[in-house]
Design a protein around this ligand. Structure first.
Ligand SMILES: NC(=O)c1ccc[n+]([C@@H]2O[C@H](COP(=O)([O-])OP(=O)(O)OC[C@H]3O[C@@H](n4cnc5c(N)ncnc54)[C@H](OP(=O)(O)O)[C@@H]3O)[C@@H](O)[C@H]2O)c1
Length: 330
């Protein structure tokens, strides 16, 4: 597993991390505890050191499972833990953005994760107008000073929000949607993020599984999977499901890309390698539900970069075939 420097920390983190929204067991169908713990173990044994979670994933379940996983690992200090806050329903918006509640939510995450300090706390897609005021950032700066967190960052939906956050004093990272179907960040923020020393954490690198090339137009998802209930943005930002593409269109586009994947490499690995080919990227956090997925994904780090001619072809593919179909904030 290759590593990259988390700019404002200086520590190295695995360039393939793991996203653990799935381990909440609430919005990706059921993932039982044994599968969740085995998935984390497989990722760690394959060299993954960067773990992304949020207080809201399964209302604390994802963080608690990570806490249990870490408690059994003698090498627990090598993991870089990134969580998020801001979307907890108790007390909800706008009270979630006050210092007292941010502190309370941070303390609850510390307890569940079983650590004294959280490496990175990210705001969890909070409203743009809140990002534009200092209230949340002042609170996070204070909590950092008190030693509860090492760094704070922001998970954002649009590039306008990303630009707002890049100007915030002390901002250590941005978490963005970026994949073969979502190229806008390259021109919108990569240069500035590098100049500012802000880490880029890549979510939805597989467009919710589309870029694993495993779906057909007839694929279905259980009712408790957001790919069933948020397919067209009925519950939250449509961009978080299939990267904003209508499902059937996403399947067609993924099918077209299959011919670009070299022999001996899975399409998921290839899609992750594409993200890693950009040096502004710090870590890519594919979500995984099984040890096999976690291991496959980690192996993307050892693949050769994608040839320049193919990168050029994919840029054209995006401009001509993908861009117009993306829905939601971007
Ligand atoms: N607002 C936010 O801040 C926000 C929003 C979304 C995500 N995130 C974070 O980003 C992480 C990644 O995003 P995501 O999970 O939504 O999307 P993703 O990583 O693009 O897709 C994850 C899904 O892809 C499939 N998959 C993963 N590895 C595979 C493999 N090797 N082979 C075949 N299929 C594979 C699995 O689908 P199946 O379930 O069908 O097996 C998995 O559930 C999340 O876990 C979470 O930590 C944050």
């Amino acid at each position: 597993m290759n590593t990259r420097k988390f700019p404002q920390d200086g520590r190295e983190v695995s360039e393939i991390g793991i996203g653990t929204w799935q381990l909440g067991g609430a919005e990706w169908g059921d993932v039982d505890e044994a599968d969740a713990l085995n998935t984390l173990t497989a990722a760690a044994d394959a060299g993954v050191t960067f773990i992304d979670t949020a207080d809201i994933y399964g209302l604390g379940r994802s963080e608690s499972l990570i806490g249990r996983f870490l408690a059994d690992r003698p090498d627990r200090d090598r993991f870089f833990l990134a969580t998020k806050l801001g979307r907890n329903p108790t007390p909800g918006w706008p009270d979630n953005f006050t210092y007292d509640v941010i502190r309370q939510h941070t303390e609850a995450s510390l307890e569940r994760l079983g650590v004294d300090t959280i490496d990175l706390t990210q705001t969890h897609c909070i409203p743009h107008e809140v990002m534009q005021s200092d209230q949340v950032w002042d609170a996070l700066r204070k909590i950092k000073k008190a030693g509860l967190i090492r760094h704070f960052g922001a998970s954002v939906e649009s590039m306008d929000e990303a630009m707002t956050c890049l100007d915030v004093e002390g901002m250590a990272s941005l978490q963005i949607i970026f994949n073969v179907f979502r190229r806008k960040p390259i021109e919108a923020i990569f240069t500035k993020a590098k100049q500012r020393g802000v880490a880029l954490i890549i979510r939805l690198p597989l467009a919710s599984g589309l870029l694993a090339g495993k779906f057909t137009k007839r694929s279905t998802f259980v009712e408790t999977d957001h790919r069933h209930f948020n397919r067209d943005g009925q519950s939250f930002n449509v961009g978080e499901t299939f990267a904003g593409l209508p499902f059937e269109r996403g399947v067609e586009l993924a099918d077209e890309l299959k011919q670009c994947v070299p022999e001996g490499v899975t399409m998921a690995q290839w899609a992750l390698r594409w993200c890693l080919d950009f040096d502004a990227v710090t870590t890519v956090i594919p979500g995984a539900k099984s040890p096999k997925q976690a291991r496959d994904n980690a192996m993307a780090s050892s693949l050769d970069p994608i040839p320049t001619a193919l990168h050029t072809h994919l840029r054209r593919f995006y401009n001509e075939k993908v861009h117009a179909d993306i829905r939601g904030k971007y």
